[in-house]
Structures are given as structure tokens and as C-alpha cells.
Design a protein around this ligand. Structure first.
Ligand code: GLN
Length: 478
């Protein structure tokens, strides 16, 4: 792990020990040297990054106070709009699209004096769990180049894990920040639904999508979350919830905090080494004074089916806008309808087409009640499971994913196997509650394992306290 974390980088720049320009140049050099093997980046914005860095240095030279992310290089998932920087969501249909505006999270990163260094690879339109659905090639896991970094925010996770940047933004609809964090030994946070604005995030499933940070340590991730969170008049679903104090929650005591362990999450299909690492972490938390008890989340077994009805339904509607008229690719062919069809046929990859078909089917009259309506009702039951459990406990701990990083190619031809790997991250997404993954040991093959921590709506502070208490105990050599 070569570069400093977010906190140390910002501190050095604020003190003037290093200039933002120097830090940015070092990050860009690292990317040019190492990203050939990883392919974490789809686009490196070298010139604009150096310009931003020089602006931070000039601000300091004028004696102004620098923001909390002073000069920190940040990589951004390519589904997040960046003004003047190509944004494709890893889809051919958006090739050549350069947004005319910044997403609100990007505005906020800039306001905190961060430096955007580039855009990271992902599954096309964030649909997938391995980054293999990108139209522009796969990303490799820095721990084992034959394996996936997870997905869909695999590029962001790989960039952070390889030390190319101290932090990155991802988006999480059903696990796309947490599962890649787990596969790459990084920290990833999916905030409470509504905590962070989605204005400028290319929509996948709007009732689930959230933007969040990936970093190498808990405090760094908390600082980035604090910078991007908060009400945004451009996003009606964003909440009026103050984010101040999230970083301060790191390092707080966990004595007496009640930790729930859902036995449904330790069932068939869970890798034995993952189970052991997670159970050991929970024992350690007990050692820190947490009160551990078992909780029930009985509707967990319906989460995969529910999510894979709802998310495609929403996607089929959200993706209707890509028709060759407004953005990116256009395939001219006969009259208007033919142009729509030809553009969408050439522009979307197989997984995106599968989801549009599935989503259109579950929303069609005659099937709506049987599938979409039913899934909405089951979603309510999943949410109630959490409401019940959070009467008894303050946080819930589980594995983030049932296995460590799998091999590239292992599941690409078996969408169901790919979907089943999301079993532990989907419930918190359906319930809208905050959840994060924090590194929790290694398998005997040297692959990272992730501990998932889930909390009550808007109680990211409790989750961060537990994560940092565990992190503080973690042996240094991991
Ligand atoms: N793996 C899930 C899917 O394929 C979740 C993706 C995400 O969170 N964006 O839909």
C-alpha cells in the first residue's frame, strides 16, 4: 500500500509539507505505471486534475483555509456525471458523452478541495457484481490478477486497493460498493437511502441507488461521506439530515453497544473461511465490550428474487431515455423507430438487455400484480425484519459476500450464480438502511474477507464506531 490515506494526505497539504500539485502528479504517475495491469480507470483526467491541484495550492498561498479533502486525489465511478470529463457508465451507448454539469457529489468534493483524477470502470449501468459487464474490458483484482475486484464499482475498489488513490466514489444499488470493498480489502459505505444526493448519478434503480465512498481505512471513508452527504434541492429524495459528526464517531467507544448476528446469513453457500473470519471479528467486538446476540431476519431468503424483480423494473424505465436522440451513440437506420431499435441494439450489452426485457415483462399488464406488486409487498416485509431486529440491537454484523473474490470468467455465463452472490447485501438495500464493508482478515489463499455492518436509518455513526473499533484491533500486517 503505497500512498497515504485521506486524512494524512489532506493534513500534509494543509501544513504545506507537500503541494497538492506534487500529490496529484504522484497519483497520476502511479496510475500510468500500474493501471495497465489493472484497468481500474476508463479515463484519466490528468490536465484538469493538475489544474484543480494548482487551484488548491493557490488558495493555500493566499492564506485561505483549505477544505477537509485538501488536495486529496479522488477516483470517481463512471456512472457519476463529471463536467467536461467523459462519462459512459461503461456503456457503448454513452461513448463520447461529456456531461455539461457536475453531479452534486462532485460539486461537494470540489468544494472540499478534493482533486478528481479520473473515472473508473464498472459493470455497464452498474448491473453486475464483477465489473465483467463493462463494455470496455474487465478490471482485475490487485490481490490476484486472475480474479474480479467485484462489482459494479470494481474500478473504484481496485484503484483504492492498489494504492492508486486514497479514496474513490462508487454507487450501490444492491451491494455495488460493499461487495467490491469486501473483494479488495477496502472500506466501502452505502449510506442510508436519501443521505447522499443522486443528482447527476446515471440512474439504475432509483428506489435503491446511493452514492458512497471507498477508502483504505474507516476514518477516511467517513470523511468523504461527510463531505458528500446532505440535502440537495436538485434531488427530492435527499434528506435534511446533518452529516457532521460522522468522522468524529470513528474511534468512539463501543462498550455496551448491542451487535446482532442474523443466523440466516450463516447458512448454506457461505464459504467456511469467510464464516470463520467474520465470527472471529464478532468475538473481537465482544472483547471490546459489545453485547452480541442473535437476531432473526426471516425474509432474507426472498431478497434475491425481490431485488431482481424491482431493480430491472426500474431500470427498464430509467434506460428508456437512451434512444439515440439525446446522448452518445446513434445508429441511423431507416425511420425514427428503427433508429431507436438499432441504437439500443448496438449500444447496450447483453446483461443490460436481459434486465430491460425482464423489467418490461414484470411491469406488463397482466403480470404486474403477480411480479412487481408482489415484490413491493415482500420488500416491505424485508424492511420490517430490520425494524424488528433494531428494537433489540444497535447494529447487525454479517459477512458482506458469501465468498472471497472469484475468478474472472467463473460466473459470466451463469447470471443466476452471479445474482446469488448478492444475497447478503441486497436486504439492506431493499430496506434503505445504511451498511458498510470493512476488511476482516484473509483466506488461506491470500484473499480479503469483508465484514458487513448494518445500522438503523441515519445511524451511520453507530456503524462507523463499530467499524473503527474493529479496525483498531486488526493486525497491521493484513
Ligand atoms: N450486483 C447487483 C446487480 O447486479 C447490484 C449492483 C449494484 O449495486 N449496482 O444489480
Amino acid at each position: 500500500m503505497s500512498t497515504d490515506g485521506v486524512i494524512a494526505t489532506a493534513e500534509r497539504i494543509r501544513k504545506g509539507e507537500r503541494s497538492a500539485e506534487e500529490v496529484t502528479r504522484a497519483a497520476l504517475d502511479g496510475i500510468w505505471a500500474k493501471d495497465g495491469a489493472l484497468h481500474a480507470f476508463l479515463h484519466v483526467a490528468g490536465e484538469s486534475a493538475l489544474e484543480q491541484a494548482r487551484a488548491v495550492d493557490a488558495k493555500r498561498a493566499r492564506g485561505e483555509v483549505l477544505g477537509p479533502l485538501a488536495g486529496v486525489p479522488v477516483a470517481v465511478k463512471d456512472g457519476i456525471s463529471t463536467r467536461g470529463i467523459p462519462t459512459t457508465a461503461a456503456s457503448k451507448i454513452l461513448a463520447g458523452y461529456v456531461p455539461a454539469y457536475d453531479a452534486t457529489v462532485i460539486d461537494r468534493l470540489r468544494a472540499a478541495d478534493a482533486v478528481i483524477v479520473g473515472k473508473t470502470n464498472m459493470d455497464e449501468f452498474a448491473m453486475g457484481s464483477s465489473t465483467e459487464n463493462s463494455a470496455f474490458g474487465v478490471t482485475r483484482n490487485p490481490w490476484d490478477l486472475g480474479r474480479t475486484p467485484g462489482g459494479s464499482s470494481g474500478g473504484s475498489a481496485a484503484a483504492v486497493a492498489a494504492g492508486l488513490v486514497p479514496c474513490a466514489l462508487g454507487s450501490d444499488t444492491g451491494g455495488s460498493i460493499r461487495q467490491p470493498a469486501s473483494f479488495t480489502g477496502t472500506v466501502g459505505i452505502k449510506p442510508t437511502y436519501g443521505r447522499v444526493s443522486r443528482y447527476g448519478l446515471i440512474a439504475f434503480a432509483s428506489s435503491l441507488d446511493q452514492v458512497g465512498p471507498l477508502a483504505r481505512d474507516v476514518r477516511s471513508a467517513a470523511r468523504v461521506l461527510e463531505a458528500i452527504a446532505g440535502r440537495d434541492p436538485h434531488d427530492a429524495t435527499s434528506l435534511e439530515a446533518p452529516a457532521a459528526g460522522l468522522e468524529a464517531a470513528c474511534g468512539g467507544s463501543v462498550r455496551g453497544l448491542r451487535v446482532g448476528v442474523p443466523e440466516e446469513y450463516f447458512a448454506e453457500g457461505l464459504d467456511a473461511e469467510v464464516a470463520e473470519s467474520v465470527r472471529a471479528a464478532i468475538r473481537d467486538l465482544e472483547g471490546e465490550g459489545c453485547v452480541v446476540r442473535s437476531v432473526k431476519l426471516p425474509h432474507t431468503r426472498f431478497a434475491v428474487a425481490t431485488y431482481y424483480v424491482l431493480a430491472p423494473a426500474e431500470a427498464s424505465s430509467n434506460l428508456a431515455r437512451f434512444d439515440g436522440v439525446r446522448y452518445g451513440l446513434r445508429v441511423t437506420s431507416g425511420e425514427l423507430r428503427q433508429m431507436y431499435g438499432a441504437t439500443r441494439d448496438a449500444g447496450f450489452g447483453p446483461e443490460v438487455k436481459r434486465r430491460i426485457l425482464l423489467g418490461t415483462f414484470v411491469l406488463s399488464s397482466g403480470y404486474y400484480d403477480a411480479y412487481y406488486g408482489k415484490a413491493q409487498r415482500v420488500r416491505t416485509l424485508v424492511r420490517r425484519d430490520f425494524d424488528e431486529a433494531f428494537r433489540e440491537v444497535d447494529v447487525i454484523c454479517s459477512p458482506t459476500a458469501p465468498t472471497p473474490a472469484f475468478r474472472l470468467g467463473e460466473k459470466v455465463d451463469d447470471p443466476l450464480a452471479m445474482y446469488l452472490g448478492d444475497v447478503y447485501t441486497l436486504p439492506a438495500s431493499l430496506a434503505g438502511v445504511p451498511a458498510m464493508s470493512v476488511p476482516c482478515g484473509m483466506t488461506s489463499a491470500g484473499l480479503p474477507v469483508g465484514l458487513q455492518i448494518v445500522a438503523r436509518p441515519l445511524d451511520e455513526a453507530a456503524m462507523l464506531r463499530v467499524a473503527s473499533a474493529w479496525e483498531a484491533r486488526r493486525p497491521e500486517d493484513e
